[in-house]
Structures are given as C-alpha cells and as structure tokens.
Design a protein around this ligand. Sequence first.
Ligand code: ATP
Length: 460
Amino acid sequence: MAIEDPLKDIVALCKRRGFVFPGSEIYGGLSNTFDYGPYGSELLRNLKNRWWKAFVSERADVVGLDSGILLHPRVWEASGHVSSFNDPMIDCKNCRARYRADQYLEDQLGIETSNLDLDGIKKKLLENPDLKCPSCGAKDFTEPRQFNLMFETKMGATAGSDLTVYLRPETAQGIFINFRNVVDTCRVRVPFGIAQIGKSFRNEIIARQFVFRTREFEQMEMEYFCAPGTQKEWFEHWVDFCKSWLEGLGIQSENLRVRSHDPEELAFYSEGTVDLEYNFPFGWGELWGIASRTSYDLGKHMEFSGKKLEYQDPETKEKYVPFVVEPALGLNRLFLAVLCDAYEVEDAGTKEQRVLLKLHPSLAPVKAGIFPLVKKDGLPEIAEKLYKDLAKHWPVDYDTSGNIGKRYYRQDELGTPFCITVDYDSKDDQKATVRERDSKNQERVSLDQMVNYIRDRLDD
Ligand code: ATP
C-alpha cells in the first residue's frame, strides 16, 4: 500500500511501540535528542552484534578496541579537527534562525555545494539577494562563518587549572593513537584492522530528519592498515564487503547505491572516498563512508607525539607507515535505514490495516510472541513453560490480552518473526501453532523442538 509520509509514520510507530522516545520528554524535550526504548535498544544491540561478528569475530585479520571518549586535546590538534572540523553557518538577523549555509543553498537553489569553500558560499549568497529565511521570510542574513563542531568540556576539579577537552567527534582517532599498543601486544601483521563501536558527538548546526543527524550518535568504525601500494585493492575489497553486509541484513538492493566523491569533494588527505547511500524517505543520504586515508593520520600523530608509529615487516625488515582504508558507519542511520526498509502497511481486507516491520529475523527485537489461546484450562501453564524455555535464548514476549488476531498485529508492528499459540490440542499433541510474520503461514511444531525450530530460522 502506498504510504503518504513514511517518515512521519515511522517516527509515530517508534514512539508508540517503544523504539525511540523524544529525549528528556518530561522536561519539555531537548531539541533533537532521542532515547531508545526497550525495543529500539534491542534492535541497536542486534545491529552492533551483527557488525562485530562480521567485522571482528569472523575475520582473522581484524581485532577490536574500546577507546575513551575523552582523549588528550593534542589528538584533535594532530588530526586537524581543532583547526578544520567546521561547517559554514548563517543566522537570520530578523528571527535569529540558524542555518548550515551549504545545506541552505542546496535546499533553496538546488545546487551542489560540496565543492564550495567559505568564499564560494559568500559569493553564492551575494549573487542571490532574494533568498529568504524559511522561518520568517526576511532577506537579512549574517555573513557566513565557520563553526567548529566539537563539543568542549572541562576536565579536573581545580579552579584555574582545568583542562579543556573535547567529546570525540569520531571513534577513529582512538584507534590511531593505539596503533602501537595493538602492534606490540596482539601479534597482528599488516594488513590488519582495528575496529570499534562507540558514541561520538558533533555539535551539528542543524540536527534533523529524526535520528539521521543528531548531536550524539554511535559509530561503528574500522581502520584497516595495509602496505603502501596495496590500498587500492583493499579499498575495493571493503566497499564490496560493506555493501554485501548491508544486503545480508535484508536491505533491498534498489535502496542502496555507491557514490564516489568527486575530486573537489575529497578531504585533502584522501585518495578516494565512496559513500554507501540509502534511499531514505527524504532522499538519498550517506550511511557509510569508506575512505582511503593514506598514511595521513599515523603520520600526523608521529609528528605531534614524537612517537614512532612505523611498522616493520617481520620478513623483509622494511619499515614504513601503513596506509589506511576506513569504513565508517553510523549505527543510528543504519537503524533508521533498516526501519524504513522494513516498514510496510498491508490492507488486511478488514477495517484494520496490518502494519508490519519486515525485519531480518536476526535483527528483530523480539524473536517470538507466545500466546495461550485462553487464560484457563491449563493453557497458560504450557505457554509459560514455553516462554521460560525460549527466554533462555532470546527476547520473547508473552501476551494473553485480546483475540489472537490482535496479538498477531501487535507483534507484526514490532517485527516479531514468529507467533506461537498454545491451544486445546496442545494438551494432547504437545505441539503449538507457529505463525510466520510475512507469509502468515501456520505450522504445528512440537513444544520440545521449538528452540531448534526458531534457531534454524534466525540465521544469526
Ligand atoms: P555528513 O556528511 O552526513 O555530515 P560525514 O561525512 O561528516 O556525514 P563521517 O565523518 O564520514 O560523516 O562519519 C561516518 C558516519 O557516521 C556517517 O556515514 C554517518 O553514518 C555517521 N554520522 C556522521 N555524523 C552523524 C550525525 N550527526 N548523526 C548521526 N550519524 C552521523
């Protein structure tokens, strides 16, 4: 069924069914912050687990890390974030609404701005004096100026000697500064990767589109260290690997595309960058950035720290600073993409519509709903035992309220792949009816085989 405004419906579903709540709601909310509810936090965890399994556990050439959010401020000087992690900003002088100037020009003029520097943005604004503030209609903006996106805070409790530190804007630098530690302790050999999952913070000028762009978010990043000269091959490997991984989550191929950055769009240290984009309800948006970062970061940390971050090949004894390929994925954007992709409304042929999340079973927050047909005659006892057996393995729901059709619909909205009804026949045949979410097919399955039955279909 065609859906008029899918993002609006998905945001409503997230709130209604405990996936995502507006942040600090009882205090009137805090602009564009979100809390993940019971089902949302399960979905996030499932996405993280799948990523970790594919990128760390199953790969002999990748190890994991969990570095700090607060790092020495020199880290961000070395990486260039203090001097150049900026976005251009303009304010409306009349109503004080604030805009990210490049995005504002894209929205208003329909032009590509990734190749414009601050002067280019100034020029475009001067060439178009009729541009209005979308909020109040005035044509009176401040000059564009650069705004640093890093959040600052103070460390230490002694007045006067506090140290200004930053909340990390990416997890990558925590990996680079531990390169030596990992090489010295973990018997890794180039080529190898270090991966981590963690929170990052960016004081985005405009946070928007639900959890697509927020100021606090989670990243799943990997730095893959390889010998100079082999980076092109590894870059291609990781682009393919990442795309297949997304498809393996059940994301439809037609909603994914690979976009290479134009040369003028590239960061100065990058030899090539590809964005894996998803077709969100508001248009194509970056999900995953895969960049060939040369030896820039390790080189800068050598320069700023004075420590040797070279690698010596154990066979040839050759010393070099490894080149790096970085796939950087935003967990919250992936969460949104997975929900948008799975969201479907079916006309059930009755007054009610069937809203369902066709989530890959391994991602579904709840794996099975368990329903006794009635709350008497020994059926709850059988269903409760089944609930306890399954709950040892996965999150499962127990529901006794309303007719079975209503209970099915409640689980469909959560993306639960299986609903299991214990009925009067269960007392005799020790079986229950399993109904599959997408096909609505039903099958009788022995109670003592239920764990195996579900495990076989989860494809974890
Ligand atoms: P954008 O151009 O959308 O600001 P970016 O190119 O700055 O993103 P990267 O620095 O490459 O993003 O970060 C890697 C990934 O982290 C992105 O592909 C995205 O999935 C995620 N990400 C970046 N900024 C945010 C944000 N503000 N909110 C949620 N996720 C984000």
